[in-house]
Design a protein around this ligand. Structure first.
Ligand SMILES: NC(=O)c1ccc[n+]([C@@H]2O[C@H](COP(=O)([O-])OP(=O)(O)OC[C@H]3O[C@@H](n4cnc5c(N)ncnc54)[C@H](OP(=O)(O)O)[C@@H]3O)[C@@H](O)[C@H]2O)c1
Length: 362
């Protein structure tokens, strides 16, 4: 630090203005020292975008490796720098580390269910390419988004790949932090809230394990905070919500908040397994089959949750800041129902107006 911290005590003639400048300079120096240049991979995704937002809000400089500039244009508007690349094509990764200023990578990428590339391409080969590139670039920290209990489901391809990636990171001489979420609150909107509002079928498995969903904004907080907490180096942490929820409980809550009844379609696990083994035979549907393999996780009867005390204390984050499922859905339905009422009102005004005009014509 360039500033002499005892200047004021040694020089009593120092003016208030001088003291103010020194204190401000000290604060600025401390802030600048903790600011980082972060490469986010998967920045267009549900969780990745929250990580970009959080890192920018905290003043870090953020670069995103993206496959499509147009899909990622909102990240540039927020203030991130975009670099084109695809982790499955190893030679396209290096430009993301150009300039040598990237100190950390936060990896929130995963194969899209709708993509031609499957989990073996993206989540395994792509990640090995990315980790090696990060190591060669000499980054200080690699934050990897894994999945809770990945070691318990060796027959589920994505779970096994996550377990192998964690093991791969452990045997490298590299600082990493593994975060293990199990489900996102944001996913519940498409799965339950929208179908109920649109009177569409809600698919509910006949047996389903309860899941401790977490808001992606909260997970993003842990991802960015890990970079400034040395105690998180070379360790894995569960990052899950405060309470487990079954699909039946979530449907009941959505029905209460929307004042609508859900059209429930029960999906027997046996049928899902049959569909999955059929889809696996075709290249175009192998990715969907891998996703359906998650039925094994949800029908295992094991709660997808873990104690979070150590995670909160290590990251120095207050559990009271974590968003719970009930207020999250309450806020969503409140906002949407208000909008729907407004649209209904505007439509009734337009209908009345056109009826009045028709009457005037005759
Ligand atoms: N969703 C969950 O409930 C859940 C639960 C536990 C853990 N996780 C983990 O959390 C992380 C984030 O999940 P998410 O649901 O937010 O993901 P997501 O919304 O599906 O987004 C996936 C991201 O990965 C990018 N991507 C895919 N293939 C790529 C490639 N070949 N090269 C570069 N980027 C590529 C996508 O970019 P494009 O826009 O170009 O497609 C997108 O930004 C993942 O590691 C996931 O396994 C998720």
């Amino acid at each position: 630090m360039l500033v002499d911290q005892n200047a004021e005590s040694r020089d009593p003639t120092l003016s208030w203005c001088g003291r103010f400048l020194i204190t401000s300079y000290e604060k600025l120096t401390i802030i600048n020292e903790s600011l980082m240049s972060i490469l986010v991979v998967g920045g267009t995704g549900t969780l990745g975008r929250q990580i970009v937002r959080r890192a920018l809000d905290e003043g870090h400089s953020v670069r995103c490796l993206v496959r499509s500039y147009s899909r990622a244009s909102f990240l540039r508007e927020w203030g991130a720098e975009l670099v084109g690349g695809d982790i499955c094509e190893a030679e396209t990764i290096a430009p993301s580390f150009a300039g040598g200023e990237i100190t950390a990578v936060i990896d929130a990428a995963t194969a899209r269910a709708t993509d031609s590339l499957g989990v073996r391409d993206v989540d395994w080969q792509g990640k090995v390419n990315l980790i090696q590139a990060a190591k060669e670039a000499g980054v200080d920290r690699y934050v990897f988004l894994s999945i809770l209990h990945a070691d318990r489901f060796p027959k589920v391809p994505l779970m096994e790949i996550k377990r192998c990636t964690e093991a791969y990171l452990q045997q490298l001489e590299m600082n990493y932090t593994v975060l293990q979420p199990c489900g996102f609150l944001q996913g519940l909107i498409g799965q339950y809230a929208i179908p109920i509002l649109e009177n569409q079928s809600v698919w509910v498995p006949d047996s389903s394990s309860p899941v401790a969903y977490m808001d992606t904004q909260d997970i993003a907080k842990f991802a960015v905070r890990s970079l400034s907490v040395p105690a998180t180096e070379r360790r894995a942490f569960p990052v899950v919500g405060p309470k487990v929820w079954t699909p039946t409980e979530i449907v009941a809550l959505c029905e209460k908040l929307s004042a609508r009844q859900a059209k429930i379609t029960s999906t027997p696990t046996g049928v899902l397994n049959l569909v999955r083994s059929t889809l696996r035979w075709f290249k175009w549907s192998a990715n969907i089959a891998d996703r359906l393999a998650f039925a094994d996780v949800f029908s295992s009867g094991q709660s997808l949750t873990e104690a979070m005390d150590e995670t909160y204390s290590t990251f120095d984050i207050d559990p009271a800041e974590t968003t719970e499922l009930e207020p999250y859905l309450e806020e969503y339905f409140g906002r949407i129902l208000k909008k729907l009422r407004q649209i209904d009102y505007e439509q009734s005004i337009t209908a009345k107006e056109s009826k009045r005009k028709k009457t005037l014509r005759f």
